[in-house]
Structures are given as C-alpha cells and as structure tokens.
Design a protein around this ligand. Sequence first.
Ligand code: MG
Ligand code: MG
Length: 275
Amino acid sequence: MGLLDRNLEIKTPEQIDLMRRAGLLVGETLELLRGAAKAGVTTGELDALAEDNIRSHGGVPSFQGYGHPPFPGTICASVNDEVVHGIPGSRELVDGDVISIDCGAIVEGWHGDAAITVAIGDVPAAVRELMRVTEDALWAGIAAARLSGRVSDISRAVETAVRARGDYGILEDYVGHGIGSQMHMAPNVPNVVRRGDRGPKLVTGMALAVEPMVTLGTQDTDVLEDDWTVVTADGSLAAHFEHTFTLTSDGAWVLTALDGGRERLAALGVPFGGR
Ligand code: MG
Ligand code: MG
C-alpha cells in the first residue's frame, strides 16, 4: 500500500481482491435483509440476521463499536424521516415505511460499505421515485469516475442526476468517503459540487464509497438524543444508497455489487473493470 498526496491509501491488486470479498459479503447481507424487511419485522431482527451472516462467513461487522458513543449495531436502520445512522432495535416495520439499511464488514482487515433503501409494502409513487432517483444518482456518480479525473466529477454527476429529476434535498453535511484498511478515510466524496474544490485525482488502487442521501424536502438535518440518528429537519422522507468501488485500468469495479456493477455500468456505457 502506498500513500499519495492528502494521505490517500492506494491499494495493491491483492488488497483490492480482499476488499472485493468484504464487498461481496456486504452485498449478500443486504440482499438477505432486502428479502427479510417486511411489516412486523423489527430493525433489531434485521440487525441480528446481518451479524449472523457476516460472522458465519468469516467477516466482522465494521459498525459495531464505531465512534462515540460506540455504535451498537451491525447495520444502520433508518426509517422514513431518519436519513442515516439509525440504531436498530425494537421498532417494528409497518406497511408504507421506507427503511435505509447501511451495512459494513471487514474481511482480513479490509472494508466494504454499502446501503440500500427498501419500501415496506405499498408506498406512494413519489417515494418510489425518490428511491429510484437516489439509486440512479449513485450509479451516475460511479459512472463519472475516470482515471486522471477528479473526485469532484463524481460529486457533479450525483448532484446533476438528482437536480435533473426534481426539487429534492441533497444532504451536504454527510458525504461519501475513501475506504480500505479503515471504513472512513480520505478523501471526502461530497454529493454536491463545492466551489473551488476539485478533490484529488482518481488513480488505480483508490477505493471510494459513494452514498447520496436525498430527501423529499429539505437538506437540513438534526441528530436525535441517541447521538446517532440523523433525521430530516422538516420530517420529510429520505432515501440513501451506497456502493464501494474502485478503478482499474479497464474501468470501474463496484466491489459491493453482486455482479461487480457489470449490468448498471453497461447500461450507462461505462467499461467494467472487475476481475
Ligand atoms: Mg455505509
Ligand atoms: Mg459509507
């Protein structure tokens, strides 16, 4: 592993292969939870499923014990106006909820981090569209990443993809991030363009987590008394999608997508860089 400017961690191909194992474990865990997230199920039950799946496949949940106060869960379970960092527990999902499930795992010291938003039963068309817009923006951001391009290319693509679809709130206080031997590393990957900040150059061996957080109302948020749960200031519903990806000389490789991103990247005309 080498360090470039701004303390960016550059991974060897072997280390990226370990990140792929971590990413696949996260992706498979999220698919398990997508199937399990139904009315009557508690967020704590989803959390237990996630922990069992990660540990039984040789991984370690990266969120457990993270930060201050130490995060108690394997997943973040954020329901409705909760955007991110919801603590799993006794809350029972009901028809019409939307839940963002964020999950991280470590395999042999290397991290994967991804999130999905799932509708419970029937939700209004506007909420379905919010979910589609957020996930599409995530993929637009990844598709905009090119070797010798800049991190801001990703931010611009995410922001443009959301703004083109309507009057949504895009969180600015929470951002995507570099990832590798730790979950959160340099550089930041904002979901909007910040004037004058192009961000570092994109090079092979870099790994980034892109994670747009989009609301039906304001971008402003509050943190609940548990010191973790981030809610929209106006109570509007939110969606959150995330993937960890890297760039090889062949193209993009989405380490937390089950197919490595092959299908979505092809639809966007972007070469697949996985192995
Ligand atoms: Mg995450
Ligand atoms: Mg993340």
